[in-house]
Ligand binder design. Structure first.
Ligand SMILES: NC(=O)c1ccc[n+]([C@@H]2O[C@H](COP(=O)([O-])OP(=O)(O)OC[C@H]3O[C@@H](n4cnc5c(N)ncnc54)[C@H](O)[C@@H]3O)[C@@H](O)[C@H]2O)c1
Length: 456
């Protein structure tokens, strides 16, 4: 294997994981970011995000002198032959992906290019961005009056936060979009250590690679919205969405994955990528009715828990003035990422309705505090037990494993009410009833405590 020298531009969830994994496989990696504080933290051995296993991986590779951090483009570009872009591509006001950071990064790279470079784009970007990257770099080189050959590759990333290292180390597929056969060799060398077991690389043209990322996320989001819509119908007809999921998932053409009804999808990818794909289609005059529906269903699903809570408390003097415990703030378990998290929609709505909130998440507290700020109606708690103290109801929003094995006997005596809203269908209704809870979930019948006898 050839040891390559790689520059990763953007040291967030994707950049740090990719950098650490490439270093672990023997390459020399410089992770660059414009956020000076982040780089100082990393150089001091502190990891700015929560991702299981990442801290150890980074520490090991820093020690082995295979992983470095910098804010200095000149140093980064000069000492590497491959530049991997992993900067953010947030949604613009009209929903389209803002590729401003990608373009800025390319200008900086081109300002220091001297020899042949491969520019690999790992950020999620609309079709046509590789061409824009090429144009940007060429213009910058022209300005400098420098001749410098380069290739632009599309190499979208598919890692999942919370499982990012395993996903990167053993990817289902490595999508590589190229516009010249010479660069395939470089990409094969870069990913050689990840392809030992079998060839995971799928080589295609650049627009198809860029599109594959959006297509994959759109498919997954569609499955979630499909199940969420179905769950509402299940509630009305008296069917149970968890049974329905098992029944339909057993069909191998369908499979079980991504068929969970819940509080809606969030995170830094699905919401923005669906919107970006819709914006691309709209810009081309191409209707995207299905994607529109996926987005709309998700939007209303994120409001469902608040509606269920308000309806439940209507006959109990209203929800205003009640105290609710929220379990889980991250957009999913295994991460501290709260971008577009369903918890945020719920929290804002409950606060608007005059509810007192007690909040807890195993790892996302710091980020949530920063975003929500200190508010009189919010109490930040140290664990799920403290959160439930004096609450009229518990609302499970993120299905962290630790919430599955709670000793409810330590909780119920200290609550003011006995409602449990399960936004992720994590518990067995009959068991929650036996514990004395009114149990309300997604796509299942409401199980009120009076119905205990039915299960005995
Ligand atoms: N987070 C995920 O799970 C995930 C998975 C697959 C793909 N993606 C995609 O990967 C890209 C990065 O996502 P992320 O979650 O890692 O973002 P992030 O916000 O965590 O990190 C982006 C980093 O880029 C830095 N940055 C911005 N402009 C820069 C510049 N000009 N030069 C150097 N650094 C710069 C920021 O300071 C930040 O640290 C996005 O396009 C995203 O859609 C994300």
């Amino acid at each position: 294997m050839l040891r390559m020298k790689i520059l990763i531009v953007g040291s967030g969830y994707v950049g740090l994981v990719a950098g650490a994994c490439f270093a672990e496989m023997g390459h020399t990696v410089i992770c660059l970011d414009i956020d000076q504080k982040k780089i100082e933290q990393l150089n001091a051995g502190k990891i700015p995000i929560y991702e299981p296993g990442l801290e150890e991986l980074i520490a090991r590779n820093i020690k082995a002198k295979r992983l470095f951090f910098t804010t200095n483009y000149q140093q980064g570009v000069k000492s590497t032959s491959i530049c991997i872009l992993a900067v953010g591509t947030p949604a613009d006001e009209d929903g389209s992906a803002d590729v401003g950071y990608v373009i800025q990064a390319c200008q900086q790279i081109a300002a220091h290019m001297e020899g042949y470079k491969v520019i690999v784009n790992k950020s999620t970007v609309p079709v046509g961005t590789a061409a824009l990257v090429e144009k940007t770099i060429q213009e910058q080189l022209n300005k400098r009056n420098v001749f410098c050959p380069f290739d632009v590759v599309s190499n979208p990333e598919f890692l999942k936060e919370g499982d990012a290292i395993a996903d990167f180390m053993k990817p289902n597929r490595i999508i590589v979009g190229i516009n010249h056969p010479r660069v395939e060799k470089v990409m094969r060398e870069l990913y050689l250590p990840f392809n030992q077991n079998h060839d995971r690389m799928i080589v295609m043209d650049v627009p198809s690679a860029e599109m594959t990322k959006y297509a994959s996320n759109a498919m997954l989001a569609t499955r979630i919205s499909f199940m969420n819509e179905l769950s509402l119908i299940c509630e009305k007809v008296g069917a149970d969405i968890t049974s329905v999921r098992k029944g339909m998932g057993s069909d191998e053409r369908i499979g079980y994955a991504f068929l969970y009804a819940g509080a809606g999808y969030g995170g830094s990818c699905f919401p923005k990528d669906i919107k970006a794909l819709r914006a691309t289609a709209k810009g081309l005059g191409q209707p995207s009715r299905l994607l529109e529906a996926v987005d709309a269903v998700n939007h209303s699903q994120k409001q469902l828990l608040a509606k269920k809570i308000a309806a439940y408390f209507e006959s109990k003097g209203g929800v205003s003035g009640k105290t609710l415990a929220i379990w889980g703030l991250a957009f999913k378990p295994g991460t501290d990422d709260i971008r577009e998290a369903p918890s945020l929609v719920l929290i804002e709505e409950l606060l608007r309705q005059g509810v007192h909130l007690r909040l807890f998440d195993p790892v996302a507290m710091e980020r949530a505090k920063k975003l929500l700020g200190e508010r009189e109606a919010i109490v930040w708690c140290k664990d799920e037990y403290e959160t439930a103290f004096s609450a009229h109801a518990i609302v499970l929003v993120t299905e962290w494993k630790q919430f599955r094995f709670v000793d409810f006997s330590k909780i119920t005596p200290h609550m003011k009410g006995h409602a449990f809203f399960d936004g992720r269908n994590q518990y067995r209704p009959s068991e929650m009833n036996v514990l004395g809870f009114d149990y309300l979930s997604i796509g299942q019948k409401d199980h009120l405590a009076e119905t205990i006898e039915a299960y005995l």
